[in-house]
Design a protein around this ligand. Structure first.
Ligand code: ARG
Length: 566
């Protein structure tokens, strides 16, 4: 694909002395509207080197550059040079590339040989999978696909919350009041009820706490019964989680939860002591972080048990050793900001220069329109419920609007799930997400169904045309404004994927495909396709085919499927 920006840099570097090409490149802007060209170069930066006013420089350069193969027009407005790309050439270079590459458009080798560890989803055993975990799952899955698309070796880890003193309590409660049948029927619900009961009973009989602790000690010491019960909790919970992952089409390379680091913590703790980072304090082992304005990071509690942070530190050492990562990304709710800041600092204090490769990407809270925020107790929007509700609503819509549709069940799932994922990923991660069913499932507006529907529309035009899509077309037939708008959105898609990777922000891609869908729909209304003369039709069909392909890739990178019909 022709890189028009590079072309500008080359042209300008020839004429201007004393300015670095990289400075020219970083100065190039995309004007707010195309009346001002496709690219604009402010000349203020050259004033010193050239000893002329920016206006004069812009005027002289614009005149000198004149018309070229790449740019149909170059003119100046004040201190800016505006470049108007040759639209025929733009259409040709972009559409040929998309047509050749298909699903691989925007792929790159930039990440080749580099490992990116992504820690996402990570629900807690015997607890419900809530919308916070859904966000982590959806963001992580999208980043996983984005990194892969750019040639990185992404490694997906589900850091299950499957270890900690709470499991002693659970086992204790299970031994006392557990009902196997109830647990088998609805594992997580029954186990959570047991946990609540344990705490209620503790208020009356505080000694229970000790019993719980003793069970955790047994578990840590490898007691068979404790291990067996714990393993059963894990397996049953995982079965429930798997249902959700299947619905979302999400996969992990490793399910190495907190328990995986159980036999590795000792060495990590020793290391922290040896390096003088962790110190005794009132019977506990802590890392003092006062200097960094943070509370101390607890490593070993006074009763000898380890905590969440101990396991995260151990896991990071293990992951560095095993995967020698370029980045290790952790995706959680922003409520965990302090936790990550603390233990990242501990890694830094241990003298590991790779501490700066640890990245916490926090996300905002989720609420429903009714204002119900999910909290630790009650008011939890249950994920199962949320996903099935979304699918159910789409099913109703299909029955009403397109009862003849084949594959209704599968399509309802693709759209229902796609709507939830898109709703989650269409705003910056740190923003709170609101579930408003009508808005989220609408086929208009900036939604998943809208993008999916636009893809279906493009596919349907292609089916009706029935013709072979060729890149041997007359590109002057698609040099109009509406076509050019679409083509520009296709052209910049690869850059958007890179930007999304750099900022770990899938929303860039969501925005991009909404914009692409919007410009395509405008093109679709303004530029008749099937009724046009043969040459125009062939050129427009190439546009349609390219749009279908890029929308599908964009949706894929978000973790959303693109049905052929709906
Ligand atoms: N299990 C934790 C929770 O539900 C999230 C774990 C995130 N990953 C990590 N390495 N700390 O809050």
């Amino acid at each position: 694909m022709i890189d028009f920006k590079k072309a500008i840099v080359e042209m300008i570097s020839e004429k201007v002395e004393g300015v670095e090409p990289s400075d020219i490149e970083s100065s190039i802007e995309v004007p707010p509207n195309y009346d001002l060209g496709d690219y604009a170069l402010p000349c203020f930066r050259f004033a010193k080197a050239m000893r002329k006013s920016p206006n004069i420089i812009a005027e002289e350069l614009a005149k000198e550059l004149g018309e070229s193969d790449y740019f149909g027009k170059v003119e100046n407005v004040g201190g800016y040079i505006n470049f108007f790309v040759n639209r025929e050439l733009l259409a040709e270079t972009v559409l040929k590339e998309v047509h050749d590459k298909k699903d691989s458009f925007g792929k790159s080798e930039m990440g080749s040989g580099k490992n990116i560890v992504i820690d996402y989803s990570s629900p807690n055993i015997a607890k419900s999978f809530h919308v916070g975990h859904l966000r982590s799952t959806v963001i992580g899955n999208s980043l996983y696909r984005i990194y892969k698309h750019l040639g990185y070796n992404a490694i997906g880890i589900n850091h299950l919350g499957d270890w900690g003193t709470q499991f002693g309590k659970m086992i204790c409660a299970y031994k006392k009041w557990g009902d196997d049948e109830a647990i088998k029927k609805e594992p997580i619900k029954a186990l959570q009820a047991l946990y609540v009961k344990f705490h209620d009973e503790c208020e009356k009989t505080p000694e229970l706490e000790d019993e719980g602790r003793a069970w955790f000690k047994k578990l840590e010491d490898g007691d068979e019964e404790a291990k067996r019960i714990w393993k059963w909790f894990v397996d049953m919970s995982l079965e429930e989680f798997e249902r959700i992952y299947k619905l979302l089409d999400v996969k992990f390379d490793y399910y190495t939860g907190e328990s995986f680091y159980e036999d590795k913590m000792e060495a990590a703790i020793e290391l922290m002591k040896e390096k003088g980072v962790a110190k005794e304090s009132e019977g506990a082992l802590v890392v003092d972080l006062e200097e960094y304005n943070m509370p101390p990071c607890l490593i070993v509690k006074s009763d000898g048990t380890t905590i969440y942070a101990t396991r995260d530190i151990t896991a990071a050492l293990y992951r560095k050793e095993t995967f020698d990562f370029e980045k290790a990304i952790y995706i959680t709710d922003y409520a965990q900001n302090l936790h990550f800041q603390q233990w990242f600092k501990v890694i830094e204090l241990m003298g590991y220069e790779w501490a700066d490769k640890l990245i916490h990407t926090p996300f905002g809270r989720v609420s429903t329109e009714e204002g119900k925020l999910q909290t630790r107790k009650g008011n939890v929007i249950l994920l199962d419920e949320l996903l099935s509700k979304s699918i159910e609503k789409v099913r109703e819509l299909i029955t009403e609007k397109n009862p003849e549709l084949e594959n209704q069940e599968e399509t309802a799932r693709q759209i229902g799930i796609g709507a939830v994922i898109f709703n989650d990923l269409s705003n910056g991660k740190i923003k709170d997400v609101v579930f408003n069913w009508d808005r989220m499932l609408s086929f208009e507006g900036e939604t998943g169904p809208y993008v999916q529907y636009t893809h279906v529309r493009a596919k349907s035009v292609l089916r009706k045309a029935g013709a072979e899509i060729s890149q041997d077309v007359d590109y002057s037939k698609i040099a109009d404004n509406d076509s050019a708008d679409v083509i520009r959105m296709l052209q910049s898609f690869p850059e958007t994927v890179v930007a999304a990777m750099e900022k770990n922000e899938p929303s860039f891609i969501a925005r991009h495909i909404v914009d692409l869908a919007q410009s395509f729909n405008k093109f679709y209304h303004e530029c008749p396709i099937l009724s046009a003369d043969e040459e125009t039709k062939a050129a427009r069909l190439l546009v349609v085919d390219s749009v279908a392909s890029v929308l599908k890739t964009g949706l894929y990178l978000l973790g959303i499927e693109a049905p052929e019909k709906m």
